[in-house]
Design a protein around this ligand. Structure first.
Ligand SMILES: [Zn+2]
Length: 82
């Protein structure tokens, strides 16, 4: 999916209200991301990594089907390599 223009330099975008971080490359709920932009409660991370988001107490989005699929395939890749 195309990144929203707002997030073209960021992959990980957090929602300050729910402390959930969205993987913009994989989250398929464009409505959720658009709502986040309009509510202006998003936060970007530096560095732009999941580890940094987690350090700040953010949990990875588990709502969007695209994000779930990406998380599952990453988990499978980790399992396969161990
Ligand atoms: Zn999401």
């Amino acid at each position: 999916m195309e990144r929203l223009g707002r997030f073209e330099h960021n992959r990980w975008v957090g929602d300050k209200r729910s402390q959930v971080v969205h993987d913009v490359d994989n989250c398929s709920a464009e409505d959720t991301l658009a709502e986040l932009v309009s509510a202006e409660t998003y936060i970007c991370f530096g560095p732009d990594t999941l580890a940094e988001a987690r350090n700040r107490g953010y949990k990875r989005c588990a709502q969007c089907p695209g994000a779930r699929d990406a998380a599952r395939s990453e988990a499978e890749a980790v399992a396969a390599s161990s």
